[in-house]
Write a protein that binds this ligand. Sequence first.
Ligand code: A2P
Length: 340
Amino acid sequence: MMLKKKDKYTIAVVGATGAVGNEMFAVLEERNLPVEKLRLFASERSEGKTLSFMNKDVTVEILTENVFKGIDIALFSAGAERSLHYAPVAAKAGCIVIDNSSAWRMDTEVPLIVPEVNPHDLKWHKGIIANPNCSTIQMVVALKPIHDAAIIRRVVVTTFQSVSGTGKKAMDELLNQTADLLNFKEIRPQVYPHQIAFNCLPHIDKFMDDGYTKEEIKMVNETKKIMGDDSIRVTATTVRVPVFRGHSEALNIETEKKLSANEVRALLSKAPGIIVYDAPEKNIYPLPTLAAGKDEVYVGRIREDNTIENGINMWIAADNLRKGAATNAVQIAEKLIEMA
Ligand code: A2P
């Protein structure tokens, strides 16, 4: 299914009132996509709300099955349940869906795209395109140039993920808990099973029978699919930390060919979507506060792992709402438009 070439397109954001949805139309505006008309959808709770796009108020509409006719591209971020139900309905109406939920990511009929890594997979979409998990996106952007140069055998990753990945309610919970604890008030965790302020929770998404969380399994499977290589072994521990915005990751990478830290620095400096930020003697290394609001993946603390023959350690940070979600989705839309 190809996007029909036009001067300008009708684009929709489904879940426009959410943390990622909000960012989606902000990024559409910022990157100046050729938008003829923007339509915003959410639940009946948001009916009548207006949001500003290109200095104009756009009224939020209720999502129903009948809304998709005449929409060229819809960016979905309203949860997996809504995506499962509405994405095929939209595709049937001729609208190309770029879905940020986990609903379609591992479906063999649905390409899973990070434009810096596998834009060629866009060619075989059938109306639904999946946007990967936020932690996976930033990791594969950093892994791809290393894999191309030296073939990655195995990655051990630990994540430090911000609460905005859970959504707006979680951001409120961190803010309120922090204020309450500083005022010696009692707290009652609601979004997370434990206190998130001043804490770290080694628990993102549901636990599976083997002891891993779904988030950890997503990082393993999605990486293989995006990189188009089932032989890359990934093992992950995902941790929620009391940061509002920006995910960080510690990566240990084992390659087939030896790469020095300097070679990795040089490779990544040339790669698209990456900023090498690596001068620890001057306290220069990636931070979530640095990455927040930016579209690139920051990479630093690049050093050789001397406990194995060919190993590299590094630390990366990116804005989970932007490159980890909205920016990646909008870049997919840009590619579709380019290919039309
Ligand atoms: P609403 O604000 O009307 O509830 P977040 O991930 O930040 O919590 O955001 C979730 C997004 O998904 C919001 O825009 C929310 O809209 C939207 N959403 C949730 N349930 C539905 C639904 N049944 N139909 C349409 N949009 C929904």
